[in-house]
Design a protein around this ligand. Structure first.
Ligand SMILES: Nc1ncnc2c1ncn2[C@@H]1O[C@@H]2COP(=O)(O)O[C@H]2[C@H]1O
Length: 264
């Protein structure tokens, strides 16, 4: 099992794609601008999309994916793409995007019987089984209802965790107490000079992230940093290295593929 990073940036700029991870071939985790770098054949194989929350940088690929893959999926005899998210996220997607104004309502197009998209609600703490994988829905603390995801193969012991967009999140560490981790993908968006904005916007800066990472034994598993705002990379890396040198948290980058089989 592998997780391909299509985008992991907190905003757009040349070379910066927003969050999208491809879990093997058929499962997409968040649908940011990184999705658009996949060829049509690969897009058409995506059967499931897991959304962490309703913000545009994570969902904009959903309506575009539905339209782009409609014909190929029909020709291949494939059913609807299932979009899994918290009820509030699905409601926002339906009301504000798939509303026949911003984008056609592909939950009932091209026909009600054969719609391109199907919406499937998740709840925090739920474990979803998808094609031999277990996916646990984790709490996140953002400005809108949000979640993260933990993934493992059904027969594996340890989980790869993606936090989604979140600020300080005690509930996350409570839920991770029972989960042995293989690796952690955790967000940090701003440098410490924007700590106040990070707190308002439901994100981490190195100061708040360092406090969270005290929950992790240094070196116990790889820690990957995601969702950095463009232009913040050097400052964040230096500030975090100064605060928590032993944790050796590394910046995730688009194009990287993480193995979920042997992530020890
Ligand atoms: N109070 C705020 N002031 C300025 N920018 C904000 C504020 N709240 C949110 N944002 C920005 O809006 C962005 C929405 O997506 P993000 O949560 O990734 O990151 C957020 C911030 O970059």
């Amino acid at each position: 099992m592998s997780l391909r990073v299509l985008g992991c940036s907190g905003a757009i700029a040349a070379g910066c794609r927003t969050t999208a991870f491809l879990l093997d071939e058929r499962v997409l985790v968040d649908a940011g601008t990184g999705l658009g770098d996949l060829p049509l054949e690969a897009l058409s194989r995506i059967d499931h999309v897991l959304l962490s929350h309703s913000h545009l940088d994570h969902i904009l690929g959903v309506p575009l994916l539905a339209d782009a893959t409609l014909r190929q999926r029909r020709a291949l005899g494939l059913g609807p793409i299932v979009v899994h998210a918290l009820p509030a996220t699905l409601q926002a997607l339906q009301a504000h995007v798939l509303n026949d104004v911003i984008w056609p309502d592909f939950t009932r197009l091209p026909s009600a019987e054969q719609a391109a998209l199907q919406l499937s609600p998740l709840s925090i703490g739920q474990t979803l089984s998808l094609d031999g994988r277990q996916i646990r829905v984790l709490p996140a603390a953002h400005t809108v209802p949000a979640c993260g995801f933990a993934v493992r193969a059904r027969d594996a012991e340890r989980w790869t965790v993606y936090t989604g967009d979140t600020g300080p999140n005690p509930a996350l560490w409570d839920s991770l107490r029972a989960l042995p981790l293989a690796q952690l993908i955790i967000e940090v968006a701003f440098g410490d000079d924007e700590a106040a904005l990070a707190a308002r916007a439901g994100h981490h800066c190195p100061e708040s992230l360092a406090a969270e990472l005290l929950h992790c034994t240094p070196g116990a598993f790889p820690i990957w940093l995601t969702h950095l705002k463009p232009g913040e990379h050097e400052a964040i890396a230096a500030q975090l290295a100064a605060r928590l040198p032993a944790h050796r948290a590394r910046l995730l980058s688009a194009g990287q593929t993480l193995s979920l089989d042997d992530a020890d």
